[in-house]
Design a protein around this ligand. Structure first.
Ligand SMILES: *[C@@H]1O[C@H](CO)[C@@H](O)[C@H](O)[C@H]1NC(C)=O
Ligand SMILES: *[C@@H]1O[C@H](CO)[C@@H](O)[C@H](O)[C@H]1NC(C)=O
Ligand SMILES: *[C@@H]1O[C@H](CO)[C@@H](O)[C@H](O)[C@H]1NC(C)=O
Length: 528
């Protein structure tokens, strides 16, 4: 008996690994995702350290991790704090009225790169802290793939096993580094508004955008924080990852070719059982009881409703007024609602909304959303029909990804000022039962997916901690040239041989005809 207990505790210990989750604080949704990863590993019995240097100070008071107790903060330098403020003011509000291709996103990407460079400098000035971290002998480090300061940190801590993760659904750059097929013919790029059915022109754009971006972006490399401070290229490190965790879900995202190294844990932050058991408080309960139908309207925490062009707000409010039997809960961040919604009784404005609790409530009819990936995952798992109005970044792709499942209607951000169009989408989502049925079907599939995202994360993280780097999962195709990878040489050879054979056959046939003493004159047959 004693022996069994002893053995059991030994087994427990032997399978408890030491994880470092590195997550600079620059975005609410990014940190939420990495905190969930940390907590999931903690809950599975592992020793997890959450290292979260501050970039945006507004978020630093927020407690992202729950069960993970070992949290390490690091103050930003003055320069880094200023760059963080720049993210905040990053003037995303222009995207209410302007296009958002990757090229409009370039100034933001530039600020990111500057902030990450300064973050690395801050790490370099806090080597005592890094020495303490090094003494903890981590088995594995998990971090966001495009957060470049992770690499000098890894190098300093001399952690061999790495698990890059992305909080977006699809990151072509990461796919490229690990040798995953990208297939631009039928898989829309991360920030594109295309679906999997693209026209010729769309396929051109979908194919050339990322390589162009790659060309104009600065080379991803870093200077080691250790003597002799050599320069190391990041893509060469990325390919050594044991696995990568992406925030996509095969039952939700486009069907596409992938490799075993890409572990898709999309939906990990949505704990359906917990959300369904959580009840809204009395205030929200009363609001949900006001009318037979309720629609939740939210554009997220980056695109603020208060910055929406006034004519759009006027059109939205006046359209909502035409549906007196519906309560509209609108996440709105200011007190100036009288300027566009005076006297409209069926709108409830609120600066803050308990989004997941509302989505989980059976009285909520539909969700009008900006299609941020967090919201898309939540609403998919909770099975509500959606009105999709993507604004910028990866939201267009997220919207198309969900719309495939037939539970959504879409409206362009440029049509938000048109009452007629708004009225149509409200009518469809409220009165056409097929949207609800399709959304519930998707939620049912997600609830019953063969392997749960949490289990995928824990099993693969443990496997990596135990076996380290996994060269067997590294496809050789990664080392091939463009010409051999796409079989252009083979296709050219087959084409030439076919041409040659055709020519020889033609010549022989010609000779034969010359030798044979028959004349091939057309013979007229009698037709009856
Ligand atoms: C977990 O990590 C902490 C901090 O490094 C360390 O003090 C503790 O001994 C570790 N526990 C196990 C079981 O590895
Ligand atoms: C709106 O008004 C409330 C109460 O008067 C106040 O507490 C809040 O700070 C105001 N919000 C804004 C954004 O002005
Ligand atoms: C959505 O509807 C189309 C057209 O009816 C259908 O072909 C497609 O299979 C449906 N998609 C899903 C995920 O049910």
């Amino acid at each position: 008996m004693k022996l069994t207990v002893l053995l059991l505790s030994f087994v427990q210990l032997a399978f408890s690994y030491n994880f470092l989750v590195f997550c600079p604080l620059f975005g609410h949704s990014h940190t939420t995702y990495f905190a969930k990863i940390a907590d999931t590993l903690t809950d599975a019995g592992h020793n997890v350290t959450f290292f979260t240097p501050t970039i945006i100070q507004r978020f630093s008071k927020h407690n992202y991790v729950k069960s993970t107790k070992n949290v390490i903060h690091l103050e930003p330098s003055e320069k880094l704090a200023i760059l963080g403020d720049k993210f905040e003011e990053g003037d995303t509000s222009k995207f209410w009225i302007s296009d958002s291709t990757v090229f409009e996103m370039l100034p933001m990407i530039d600020t990111f790169n500057k902030a990450f460079e300064e973050q690395t400098a801050v790490l370099g000035r806090n080597l005592e802290l890094l020495d303490e971290l090094k003494a903890m002998n981590f088995d594995v480090m998990i971090f966001e793939s495009f957060v470049d300061p992770a690499y000098p940190l890894l190098d300093y801590l001399q952690i061999k096993t790495i698990l890059p993760a992305t909080s977006i659904a699809f990151d072509e750059m990461l796919s490229y580094s690990i040798g995953e097929p990208i297939m631009t013919s039928a898989v829309p790029a991360p920030m594109s508004a295309f679906t999997d059915q693209m026209t010729f022109m769309e396929r051109i754009v979908n194919t050339v955008t990322s390589p162009l971006l790659y060309l104009i972006m600065p080379k991803r490399q870093f200077k080691s924080l250790r003597f002799p401070h050599s320069t190391i290229e990041i893509s060469s490190q990325e390919s050594m990852s044991s696995f990568v965790f992406t925030n996509s879900n095969p039952y939700l995202d486009y069907a596409r070719p992938t490799i075993e190294k890409n572990v898709q844990i999309g939906g990990i932050s949505v704990d359906v059982d917990q959300l369904k058991s959580q009840k809204v408080n009395q205030e929200w309960d009363e609001i949900l009881n006001l009318r037979t139908k309720t629609i939740l309207v939210s554009f997220g925490s980056i695109m603020l409703s208060k910055d929406m062009p006034l004519e759009n707000r006027i059109a939205l409010a006046s359209t909502m007024k035409q549906f007196p039997e519906v309560t509209f809960i609108w996440k709105y961040e200011s007190n100036d609602t009288d300027s566009f919604a005076k006297g409209v009784e069926n709108i409830h404005f609120s600066n803050w909304i308990p989004q997941t609790a509302l989505l989980a409530d059976s009285r909520l009819s539909a969700f009008f959303t900006h299609a941020g990936l967090g919201s898309i995952n939540e609403v998919s798992y909770l099975g509500k029909p959606t009105i999709l109005c993507p604004i910028f970044a990866d939201q267009m792709r997220n919207a198309q990804m969900l719309a495939r499942h037939n539970g959504s209607v879409e409206i362009s951000k440029y049509d938000l000022g048109q009452s007629q169009k708004l009225q149509e989408v409200f009518k469809k989502i409220l009165f056409d039962q097929s949207y609800t049925t399709a959304s519930e079907n998707l939620a049912l599939q997600l609830a019953n997916q063969p392997v749960k995202p949490k289990e995928l994360l824990v099993r693969h993280a443990e496997f990596a901690a135990r076996f380290g780097r996994l060269p067997s999962l590294d496809p050789y195709s990664r080392h091939m040239s463009f010409i051999s990878y796409f079989l252009i040489d083979v296709a050219a050879t087959i084409f030439l041989i076919s041409l040659l054979m055709f020519y020889v056959f033609f010549r022989i046939a010609k000779q034969l005809i010359n030798y044979l003493p028959i004349t091939l004159s057309p013979v007229k047959h009698k037709t009856n």
